[in-house]
Design a binder for this molecule. Structure first.
Ligand code: FE2
Ligand code: FE2
Length: 180
C-alpha cells in the first residue's frame, strides 16, 4: 500500500493555520471558489430582503381586509425571511466578503419578485410563486457547493427546508380559500 495519509499531519496543519491569520475563518483548506460563493450568497440575501418586503406589504394590506390565518402566516414568514437574510449576511462576512444591502439594483439581484397583488388570493399566489423560486435557487446553490464548503451548505440546507415549509403554508391557504 502506498503511504498516502488521508489526514494532513498535525505539524502541517499547525503551520498552515499560522499563515494568513487575517483571513479569519477562511483557511488554506477552504476548497470552494470563495468569490463565487459570496456572489451567490449576496443574490440569496437580495432575494430574502425582497421576500421580507413583500410579506410585510401583504401582512399590512391583508390586516386591513381580514384577520384570517393568512395575516398571521404573512407576518411569521416576513420574520423568518429576515432571519435568513441575517444568516446569509453573517456567513458572507465570515467568508471575508461584504453583504450587499444596497437598495440600488436590489430587485435585479434578487431571484424572487416583489409583487403587491390586488386581492388576498393574488397575494398568496405570488408568495407561493416566490417560495418556489427560492426553493429552486437554494437547491441549485447547494448542488454547486457540493462538499467544498460544508458550513455554507448546511446553512443553505436549513434555509431550503424552511422555504419548503413556507410554500406548503401558502398552498394550504389556497386550499382553505377554495373550500370557503
Ligand atoms: Fe427565506
Ligand atoms: Fe420563504
Amino acid at each position: 500500500m502506498p503511504d498516502k495519509p488521508f489526514l494532513t499531519d498535525v505539524k502541517t496543519l499547525r503551520e498552515r493555520a499560522r499563515q494568513h491569520i487575517e483571513r479569519g475563518a477562511v483557511t488554506a483548506g477552504y476548497s470552494a471558489d470563495r468569490e463565487t460563493v459570496i456572489k451567490l450568497l449576496n443574490e440569496a440575501l437580495a432575494t430574502e430582503i425582497i421576500c421580507v418586503l413583500r410579506y410585510k406589504r401583504h401582512y399590512f394590506m391583508a390586516s386591513g381586509i381580514t384577520s384570517s390565518n393568512a395575516t398571521a402566516e404573512f407576518l411569521q414568514h416576513a420574520n423568518e425571511e429576515q432571519q435568513h437574510a441575517d444568516l446569509l449576511a453573517q456567513r458572507i462576512v465570515q467568508l471575508d466578503g461584504e453583504p450587499n444591502f444596497s437598495p440600488e439594483g436590489l430587485a435585479t439581484r434578487a431571484h424572487a419578485e416583489y409583487v403587491e397583488g390586488d386581492s388576498l388570493l393574488d397575494m398568496i399566489k405570488e408568495d407561493l410563486i416566490a417560495e418556489r423560486i427560492a426553493i429552486d435557487s437554494y437547491r441549485e446553490m447547494i448542488n454547486y457547493i457540493g462538499s467544498d464548503d460544508p458550513t455554507t451548505r448546511r446553512m443553505l440546507e436549513d434555509i431550503l427546508a424552511m422555504e419548503e415549509e413556507h410554500a406548503d403554508d401558502m398552498n394550504n391557504l389556497l386550499v382553505e380559500m377554495a373550500e370557503h
